[in-house]
Design a protein around this ligand. Structure first.
Ligand SMILES: Nc1ncnc2c1ncn2[C@@H]1O[C@H](COP(=O)(O)OP(=O)(O)OP(=O)(O)O)[C@@H](O)[C@H]1O
Ligand SMILES: [Mg+2]
Length: 145
């Protein structure tokens, strides 16, 4: 059952546009936390945000890279994919605290790994897979985080 504040995103492009719309509101030091299962569309949101900030390179999530830096837009964008980290200690060892917050915008996939490190003004969004091409997004922390 979808929460009342969920929005339907009916294609990967719609999800990218949703992320792109965040760009105008972003300021240095902002942190955005994205919850959702594998393949739910978190990276599609980051792709849109990067485009909205004016970054014109590729946005991907290579499996073994934790930090992706997208430089050249209005603000630097740091994309953290923490799937492979198991604990806050892991994250600190990998130097994550330099990015939470950062001198630009930090977007975090799998933020449940670092909940105690997130600043109070972090914006949280949860994506759910509704069907092959439909996602539901709502502000807030995932119930399972
Ligand atoms: N409405 C939609 N929104 C976003 N992605 C969609 C949608 N419909 C289909 N897709 C597809 O779902 C996949 C989402 O992949 P994406 O890499 O963004 O997921 P992710 O949440 O970042 O996963 P991971 O945790 O593995 O990094 C893409 O292949 C995309 O084309
Ligand atoms: Mg991803």
């Amino acid at each position: 059952m979808a929460a009342e504040d969920s929005i339907i995103l009916d294609s990967a492009e719609a999800t990218q546009l949703y992320g792109k719309a965040w760009a105008d509101t972003c300021r240095a030091g902002d942190v955005i936390a994205l919850y959702g299962v594998l393949g739910s569309g978190k990276t599609q949101l980051v792709k849109g945000l990067a485009e909205g900030l004016g970054f014109d390179g590729d946005v991907t999530s290579p499996t073994f890279t934790i930090i992706h830096e997208y430089i050249g837009g209005r603000l630097p964008l740091y994309h953290l994919d923490l799937y492979r980290l198991e604990s806050v200690e892991d994250a600190l060892r990998a130097g994550m605290d330099d990015y939470i917050p950062s001198d630009g915008v930090t977007v975090i996939e799998w933020p449940d790994r670092v909940l105690p490190l997130l600043p109070a003004n972090t914006r949280h969004f949860t994506i759910e897979v509704a069907s092959l091409n439909e996602r539901l997004i709502r502000p807030g922390v995932s119930a399972s985080a």
